[in-house]
Structures are given as C-alpha cells and as structure tokens.
Design a protein around this ligand. Structure first.
Ligand code: ASP
Length: 347
C-alpha cells in the first residue's frame, strides 16, 4: 500500500467514512457507508493528476458521530506510518464531527511539515449533484501543493465548499448547505476559484524542525457544560460532582459571563480546589472570552477559571482531553490551555 518515495508527488487518501461514501438503504431510507473503491470509481478526474494516489480504508467505515479518541489515534498512527512515503494526506471524514477530529489531530502532531487535509461532503459522491467530487479533487491538489520544495500548507486543515480552513478554528455550522463549515475568528487559508489562492501569511508553520512526533494519549474525564438562563443548582452541582472528573469546558454567555449567583461561584471554586480544570469558552461564534470585563465574569477570574480566549468548543474540548492525557501538572495544563499550541488561539 505505501509507495516508495520517488520524484512523483504521492498523496495518501484515508477513508474513515461519512456521507461522501454513503448509499441510501432502500427499505429504511437511512444513509450508511459503502465500500471506498466505489468512491474512486466515481472520481476518474483524480487520474488526470500526475500523482501517485494510494488509499487506506478504515473498516468499518464510520458515520462520524461514532468517532472517538481511539479512532483519532488510528488516523494519526496511519499518517505516522506512511509519513515519509507521501507528500500530503487527505482524510475523508463525516462532516458531523470533522472539526473535533481535525482539532484533536492538530494537537497530536509535533513538527508537522506536510498537509493533512480533512474533507467530506453533504451529498454522497454517487449522486448527480454531489459536492464530494470538488471537495475531494481540490483537497488532493492542496495536499500536493508545494513552493520551493516545501508543502504550502503544512498543517491540519478542513477543505470544504471552495475554502480551506485551519482545522482547529473550524466549526460545522450548517447541516444542509454545501458551505457546511466556517471559521469566524480566523481567515480562510486558501480560496479555490479559477486558481487556488493561498493566504500564506495566515498559514501555520511548526516552530520546531525536528522529526515528526505523535502524542497519542487522551483523557476522557471531561465534560462540556453549556450555561443557560435558569440552570438549577441541582443540575450544575451534579455535573461538577461527577466522580473522577478532571476538566470542564464551561460554555458561557458573551465574553465569558455567568450568573453572579453565589451557589454557582461556590460550586466552581470547590471544583477548582479539587484540582478540576475549568476552561471558559464563549457560546458566541465570534469574539473572545475577556474575564473581568463584566461583574458576571470577575468571580470566575478570581476563582482560577482559565480563559479559552477565542478557541472553538471543538478545539477546547479536544485540547483539554489531550493535555490531561500528557501527565502534566494542573498548573502546566492551565498554562498550555491559555496559549496557542497550534494556532488555535489569537493572542
Ligand atoms: N452523519 C454524517 C457523518 O458525519 C454526515 C456527513 O458526513 O456529512 O458521518
């Protein structure tokens, strides 16, 4: 399967599942994954690239709602195993949790200097109006793109509907339109029209130039707790009291605000005292957490809640699981959460 390195550009497509490769069951009408070979047959245009394109097929192919850290690790290890034999990687993945997987992978890789491009589609590739063909063809072209012998986009990205985004800055925002993803707090890395126009100034380049390293440990003792007006003490407290809980992504209002009710602040203080890491992420798509701007966030700041700044929830929860898995001290975890590791935060 892995090719010998030659002067021909080599791209590895890893098919994990998703609508791009699904067919409709006649009786139930539900969509379920099919064999990947059929996908490549649907896109003969790929043969016109003068690339060596190889594939790895995950069995079973997954609806991305069934993704979890063990599959993230499987994807990362497949890339690691093939890293030296390919110029770039295209990951076909369901759209539902693509932003989580792309975020998780961005944290797992150290010293990445090749593109890892996630894509998928809203309509299966065999359907006449599918968006899957364009998404796949352009992802392959981006994964192969080089300048001065180096990859143009050596980071984990999502390509969808003519736009290339940083993976850990992207959210799925539409389940019907072809423009399923967007990135509010960070510009597109490239836009595909007649030409593919890259915005080089926004592309992330790994600072260290050592050999590729993949960190494969995650800790799932975490929760996302979304605030809403009227949340009860009973519910809030029972979540914070989950046995073994180590980290909370607290989805707050606006620039990081919560009700000033004393029981809520006391619950948070108690959790932090127990060593639970509380990360403040805004429910707003755009903007950032600024604790202390309002009275309703000052107590969070004083209690030791960490600001997630402008991280997406997808980046926040995967980063928290990743950092908790690395055997770091609580203090180190807090420091890393608050700063950009792979371009997921605007400083
Ligand atoms: N449910 C599908 C998935 O995430 C949706 C898609 O691929 O667009 O696997």
């Amino acid at each position: 399967m892995a090719s010998e390195k030659s002067s021909i550009t080599s791209i590895l497509i890893i098919y994990t599942g998703g609508t791009i490769g699904m067919v409709q069951h006649l009786e139930s009408g539900t969509l379920a994954p099919v064999k990947f070979d059929q996908i490549l047959k649907e896109v003969p245009e790929l043969n016109k690239f003068n690339y060596n394109i190889q594939t790895v097929i995950f069995n079973p192919a997954l609806d991305s709602s069934n993704m979890n850290p063990s599959v993230w690790i499987k994807i990362a290890l497949t890339i690691k195993k093939n890293y030296n034999n390919y110029d770039g990687f295209v990951i076909l993945h369901g759209t539902d949790t693509m932003a989580y997987t792309a975020s998780a992978l961005s944290f797992m890789f150290e010293n990445l200097d090749k593109p890892i491009i996630f894509t998928g589609s809203q309509l299966p590739i065999g359907t006449i109006r599918t968006d899957g063909k364009e998404n796949l063809i352009t992802s392959v072209e981006i994964a192969a793109a080089k300048e001065g012998g180096k990859s143009k986009v050596p980071e984990v990205c999502i390509y969808f509907d003519f736009k290339l985004f940083r993976g850990n800055r992207t959210v799925k925002s539409d389940s019907e339109q072809f423009s399923a993803f967007h990135s509010v707090n960070y510009p597109a890395l490239a836009v595909a029209g007649v030409d593919i126009r890259y915005s080089s100034e926004f592309i992330y380049h790994s600072e260290n130039k050592g050999i590729l390293k993949v960190n494969t440990r995650f800790d799932d003792n975490v929760v996302i707790l979304k605030m809403f007006p009227g949340i009860s003490e009973r519910v809030f407290k029972s979540i914070l009291d989950i046995p073994g809980l180590k980290g909370i992504v607290l989805e707050t209002f606006g620039s990081g605000n919560v009700p000033t009710t004393q029981w809520l602040i006391n619950c948070i203080k108690r959790a932090i005292k127990k060593g639970i890491v509380v990360l403040n992420i805004t429910q707003c798509e755009g903007g950032r957490v600024l604790m202390g701007q309002y009275e309703t966030s000052l107590e969070l700041l004083n209690s030791g809640v960490v600001s997630g700044k402008d991280m997406t929830t997808e980046a926040a929860i995967t980063k928290l699981m990743f950092l908790l898995g690395q055997g770091l001290s609580t203090n180190e975890i807090k420091i890393y959460l608050n700063k950009s590791l792979r371009g997921e935060i605007s400083e």
